[in-house]
Design a protein around this ligand. Structure first.
Ligand SMILES: [Zn+2]
Length: 60
């Protein structure tokens, strides 16, 4: 599990990954979102890894 991520609020899984991808709209920026490998729950895409972690931890 990535550092600082809480367990999945949906399935209780601890296998949460931060996924990054290039923003296809400009090809220069990277977007990040957190995703649970257990149930597939994910956050919206964020501008930074830190924001993705915060977005995940805010989920209830
Ligand atoms: Zn889950």
């Amino acid at each position: 599990m990535e550092k600082g991520l809480l367990k999945c609020p949906f399935c209780g899984g601890e296998d949460i990954k931060i996924i990054d991808r290039i923003d296809v709209s400009d090809g220069m920026h990277t977007l990040y979102h957190a995703k649970c490998s257990g149930c597939g729950a994910s956050t919206d895409e964020q501008k930074s890894q830190f924001d993705a972690i915060m977005a995940w931890n805010r989920r209830v």
